[in-house]
Design a protein around this ligand. Sequence first.
Ligand code: 6PG
Length: 241
Amino acid sequence: MPKKYRLEVVEDPDELALAAAQWIVQTIQAHLQVAEHFSLVLSGGSTPQALYRQLARFPYAAEVDWARLHIFWGDERCVPPDHPQSNYRMACQALLDHVPVPPEHIHRIRGELLPEEAAQAYAQELAQFFGERQPQFDLVLLGMGADGHTASLFPHSAALKETHKWVAENYTSSQTSWRITLTIPALNAARQVAFLVSGADKANTLQRVLEGPYQPDELPAQFIQPAVWLVDAAAASRLSL
Ligand code: 6PG
Protein backbone atom coordinates (compact mmCIF):
# COMPACT_ATOMS: atom_id res chain seq x y z
CA MET A 1 0.00 0.00 0.00
CA PRO A 2 1.40 3.48 -0.87
CA LYS A 3 2.68 4.66 2.55
CA LYS A 4 0.07 7.29 3.44
CA TYR A 5 -0.29 6.29 7.05
CA ARG A 6 1.18 6.86 10.50
CA LEU A 7 1.56 3.79 12.67
CA GLU A 8 1.67 3.76 16.47
CA VAL A 9 2.21 0.46 18.26
CA VAL A 10 1.47 0.10 21.97
CA GLU A 11 1.89 -2.81 24.35
CA ASP A 12 -1.60 -4.22 24.85
CA PRO A 13 -5.38 -3.52 24.55
CA ASP A 14 -5.43 -1.42 27.76
CA GLU A 15 -2.55 0.72 26.50
CA LEU A 16 -4.34 1.00 23.16
CA ALA A 17 -7.48 2.38 24.80
CA LEU A 18 -5.45 4.88 26.84
CA ALA A 19 -3.25 6.04 23.95
CA ALA A 20 -6.30 6.43 21.71
CA ALA A 21 -8.25 8.34 24.39
CA GLN A 22 -5.34 10.76 24.91
CA TRP A 23 -4.89 11.34 21.18
CA ILE A 24 -8.61 11.82 20.55
CA VAL A 25 -8.99 14.32 23.43
CA GLN A 26 -6.00 16.33 22.16
CA THR A 27 -7.40 16.27 18.62
CA ILE A 28 -10.82 17.50 19.83
CA GLN A 29 -9.34 20.25 22.04
CA ALA A 30 -7.10 21.54 19.23
CA HIS A 31 -10.01 21.68 16.77
CA LEU A 32 -12.42 23.37 19.18
CA GLN A 33 -9.93 26.21 19.54
CA VAL A 34 -10.63 27.16 15.93
CA ALA A 35 -14.13 25.78 15.31
CA GLU A 36 -17.51 25.75 17.02
CA HIS A 37 -18.22 22.03 16.69
CA PHE A 38 -16.38 18.75 16.30
CA SER A 39 -17.91 15.91 14.27
CA LEU A 40 -16.76 12.50 15.54
CA VAL A 41 -17.59 9.24 13.71
CA LEU A 42 -17.65 6.20 15.99
CA SER A 43 -16.72 2.69 15.00
CA GLY A 44 -18.63 -0.43 15.95
CA GLY A 45 -17.37 -3.92 16.83
CA SER A 46 -15.58 -4.93 20.06
CA THR A 47 -12.18 -3.19 19.80
CA PRO A 48 -13.32 0.42 20.54
CA GLN A 49 -15.40 -0.46 23.61
CA ALA A 50 -12.45 -0.06 26.02
CA LEU A 51 -11.62 3.28 24.39
CA TYR A 52 -15.21 4.53 24.78
CA ARG A 53 -15.16 3.51 28.46
CA GLN A 54 -11.89 5.43 28.94
CA LEU A 55 -13.36 8.56 27.31
CA ALA A 56 -16.31 8.34 29.72
CA ARG A 57 -13.93 8.32 32.69
CA PHE A 58 -11.73 10.85 34.53
CA PRO A 59 -9.63 12.59 33.36
CA TYR A 60 -10.78 12.38 29.70
CA ALA A 61 -14.51 12.92 30.33
CA ALA A 62 -13.71 16.23 32.05
CA GLU A 63 -11.31 17.38 29.30
CA VAL A 64 -13.86 17.31 26.46
CA ASP A 65 -16.51 19.97 25.81
CA TRP A 66 -19.13 17.32 24.96
CA ALA A 67 -21.83 19.97 24.26
CA ARG A 68 -19.85 20.97 21.13
CA LEU A 69 -19.51 17.43 19.76
CA HIS A 70 -21.68 15.85 17.08
CA ILE A 71 -21.62 12.05 17.09
CA PHE A 72 -22.03 9.91 13.97
CA TRP A 73 -21.44 6.22 13.12
CA GLY A 74 -19.32 4.68 10.38
CA ASP A 75 -21.73 1.80 9.98
CA GLU A 76 -24.60 -0.04 11.57
CA ARG A 77 -26.17 -3.45 11.57
CA CYS A 78 -29.77 -3.66 10.36
CA VAL A 79 -31.18 -4.07 13.86
CA PRO A 80 -33.21 -1.86 16.25
CA PRO A 81 -31.26 0.52 18.57
CA ASP A 82 -31.90 -1.69 21.64
CA HIS A 83 -30.62 -4.87 19.92
CA PRO A 84 -27.45 -6.52 21.38
CA GLN A 85 -25.73 -6.21 17.97
CA SER A 86 -26.49 -2.48 17.60
CA ASN A 87 -23.37 -0.32 17.30
CA TYR A 88 -25.48 2.57 18.60
CA ARG A 89 -26.41 0.60 21.72
CA MET A 90 -22.80 -0.38 22.34
CA ALA A 91 -21.61 3.24 22.09
CA CYS A 92 -24.37 4.45 24.39
CA GLN A 93 -23.62 1.86 27.08
CA ALA A 94 -19.84 2.45 26.93
CA LEU A 95 -19.80 6.25 26.42
CA LEU A 96 -22.81 8.33 25.42
CA ASP A 97 -24.96 7.45 28.47
CA HIS A 98 -22.16 8.88 30.65
CA VAL A 99 -21.21 12.17 28.99
CA PRO A 100 -23.32 15.31 28.28
CA VAL A 101 -23.65 15.19 24.50
CA PRO A 102 -26.96 16.94 23.66
CA PRO A 103 -29.44 14.32 22.31
CA GLU A 104 -29.92 16.37 19.14
CA HIS A 105 -26.16 16.06 18.49
CA ILE A 106 -26.36 12.25 18.35
CA HIS A 107 -26.86 11.25 14.72
CA ARG A 108 -27.52 7.51 14.75
CA ILE A 109 -28.09 5.24 11.76
CA ARG A 110 -31.66 3.95 11.97
CA GLY A 111 -30.86 0.25 11.62
CA GLU A 112 -34.48 -0.65 12.32
CA LEU A 113 -35.57 0.64 8.90
CA LEU A 114 -35.30 -1.29 5.64
CA PRO A 115 -31.68 -1.10 4.41
CA GLU A 116 -32.34 1.28 1.52
CA GLU A 117 -34.55 3.52 3.69
CA ALA A 118 -31.96 3.58 6.49
CA ALA A 119 -29.21 4.57 4.04
CA GLN A 120 -31.37 7.35 2.55
CA ALA A 121 -32.39 8.62 5.99
CA TYR A 122 -28.75 8.80 7.05
CA ALA A 123 -27.74 10.56 3.86
CA GLN A 124 -30.43 13.15 4.61
CA GLU A 125 -29.16 13.49 8.18
CA LEU A 126 -25.66 14.21 6.84
CA ALA A 127 -27.00 16.69 4.29
CA GLN A 128 -28.93 18.45 7.06
CA PHE A 129 -25.84 18.67 9.27
CA PHE A 130 -23.35 19.73 6.61
CA GLY A 131 -25.82 21.82 4.57
CA GLU A 132 -24.23 23.20 1.41
CA ARG A 133 -20.76 22.40 2.69
CA GLN A 134 -18.86 19.44 1.30
CA PRO A 135 -19.41 16.92 4.10
CA GLN A 136 -16.16 16.53 6.03
CA PHE A 137 -16.02 14.74 9.35
CA ASP A 138 -13.39 16.04 11.77
CA LEU A 139 -12.39 12.56 12.97
CA VAL A 140 -13.44 9.09 11.85
CA LEU A 141 -12.70 6.06 14.04
CA LEU A 142 -12.50 2.74 12.22
CA GLY A 143 -11.76 -0.87 13.00
CA MET A 144 -10.54 -3.66 10.74
CA GLY A 145 -11.93 -7.18 10.46
CA ALA A 146 -9.66 -10.21 10.03
CA ASP A 147 -10.93 -10.28 6.42
CA GLY A 148 -9.66 -6.74 5.85
CA HIS A 149 -13.05 -5.06 5.94
CA THR A 150 -13.60 -1.69 7.62
CA ALA A 151 -16.87 -0.01 8.59
CA SER A 152 -19.22 -2.30 6.63
CA LEU A 153 -17.11 -2.20 3.50
CA PHE A 154 -16.57 -5.94 3.02
CA PRO A 155 -14.27 -7.58 0.43
CA HIS A 156 -15.76 -7.62 -3.08
CA SER A 157 -19.02 -6.08 -1.85
CA ALA A 158 -21.19 -3.68 -3.91
CA ALA A 159 -20.58 -0.60 -1.73
CA LEU A 160 -16.87 -0.65 -2.66
CA LYS A 161 -17.89 0.58 -6.11
CA GLU A 162 -19.80 3.61 -4.75
CA THR A 163 -18.05 6.81 -5.89
CA HIS A 164 -20.72 9.49 -5.22
CA LYS A 165 -23.08 8.57 -2.39
CA TRP A 166 -22.00 9.12 1.21
CA VAL A 167 -24.04 6.30 2.68
CA ALA A 168 -24.87 2.89 1.22
CA GLU A 169 -26.78 -0.22 2.17
CA ASN A 170 -24.42 -3.14 1.67
CA TYR A 171 -25.16 -6.87 1.68
CA THR A 172 -22.35 -8.89 3.18
CA SER A 173 -22.29 -12.53 2.16
CA SER A 174 -19.81 -13.41 4.93
CA GLN A 175 -22.29 -12.20 7.55
CA THR A 176 -25.37 -13.06 5.38
CA SER A 177 -26.88 -9.75 6.41
CA TRP A 178 -27.42 -6.16 5.28
CA ARG A 179 -25.44 -3.33 6.81
CA ILE A 180 -25.54 0.46 6.45
CA THR A 181 -22.13 2.04 5.90
CA LEU A 182 -20.39 5.30 5.13
CA THR A 183 -18.77 4.95 1.73
CA ILE A 184 -15.12 5.28 0.69
CA PRO A 185 -15.58 8.90 -0.57
CA ALA A 186 -17.23 9.87 2.74
CA LEU A 187 -14.46 8.29 4.82
CA ASN A 188 -11.60 9.65 2.73
CA ALA A 189 -13.00 13.18 2.82
CA ALA A 190 -12.53 13.29 6.61
CA ARG A 191 -9.96 15.63 8.18
CA GLN A 192 -8.53 12.67 10.08
CA VAL A 193 -9.10 8.92 10.12
CA ALA A 194 -7.82 6.59 12.85
CA PHE A 195 -7.87 2.79 12.79
CA LEU A 196 -7.87 0.89 16.09
CA VAL A 197 -6.66 -2.67 15.71
CA SER A 198 -5.99 -5.18 18.47
CA GLY A 199 -5.17 -8.89 18.74
CA ALA A 200 -3.05 -11.61 17.12
CA ASP A 201 -6.01 -12.69 14.96
CA LYS A 202 -5.55 -9.44 13.00
CA ALA A 203 -1.74 -9.68 12.59
CA ASN A 204 -1.65 -11.44 9.22
CA THR A 205 -4.25 -9.12 7.69
CA LEU A 206 -2.64 -5.98 9.13
CA GLN A 207 0.69 -7.00 7.56
CA ARG A 208 -1.03 -7.51 4.19
CA VAL A 209 -2.97 -4.22 4.46
CA LEU A 210 0.02 -2.04 5.41
CA GLU A 211 2.95 -3.81 3.78
CA GLY A 212 1.43 -6.09 1.12
CA PRO A 213 0.43 -5.38 -2.49
CA TYR A 214 -2.35 -2.84 -3.06
CA GLN A 215 -5.49 -4.95 -3.56
CA PRO A 216 -8.31 -2.97 -1.93
CA ASP A 217 -11.19 -5.05 -3.29
CA GLU A 218 -9.66 -7.93 -1.34
CA LEU A 219 -8.62 -5.74 1.63
CA PRO A 220 -11.01 -2.74 1.73
CA ALA A 221 -9.17 -1.07 4.64
CA GLN A 222 -6.52 -0.19 2.01
CA PHE A 223 -9.02 2.18 0.33
CA ILE A 224 -8.96 4.47 3.37
CA GLN A 225 -6.01 6.84 3.23
CA PRO A 226 -4.35 8.77 4.73
CA ALA A 227 -4.90 7.36 8.18
CA VAL A 228 -3.41 6.91 11.63
CA TRP A 229 -3.10 3.28 12.72
CA LEU A 230 -3.19 2.74 16.48
CA VAL A 231 -2.46 -0.94 17.09
CA ASP A 232 -1.30 -3.21 19.88
CA ALA A 233 1.81 -5.39 19.79
CA ALA A 234 -0.14 -8.60 19.09
CA ALA A 235 -1.75 -7.08 15.99
CA ALA A 236 1.62 -5.63 14.89
CA SER A 237 3.49 -8.90 15.43
CA ARG A 238 3.96 -9.58 11.71
CA LEU A 239 4.91 -6.07 10.62
CA SER A 240 8.53 -5.41 9.61
CA LEU A 241 9.03 -2.66 12.18
C1 6PG B 1 -18.89 -3.35 12.89
C2 6PG B 1 -17.68 -2.49 12.69
C3 6PG B 1 -16.63 -3.26 11.92
C4 6PG B 1 -15.56 -3.55 12.96
C5 6PG B 1 -14.67 -4.70 12.52
C6 6PG B 1 -13.70 -5.10 13.62
O1 6PG B 1 -20.00 -2.86 12.83
O2 6PG B 1 -18.67 -4.53 13.17
O3 6PG B 1 -17.89 -1.25 12.34
O4 6PG B 1 -16.07 -2.64 10.84
O5 6PG B 1 -14.79 -2.39 13.17
O6 6PG B 1 -15.51 -5.79 12.22
O7 6PG B 1 -14.48 -5.60 14.67
P1 6PG B 1 -13.82 -6.02 16.07
O8 6PG B 1 -13.30 -4.77 16.69
O9 6PG B 1 -14.96 -6.62 16.85
O10 6PG B 1 -12.72 -7.01 15.76
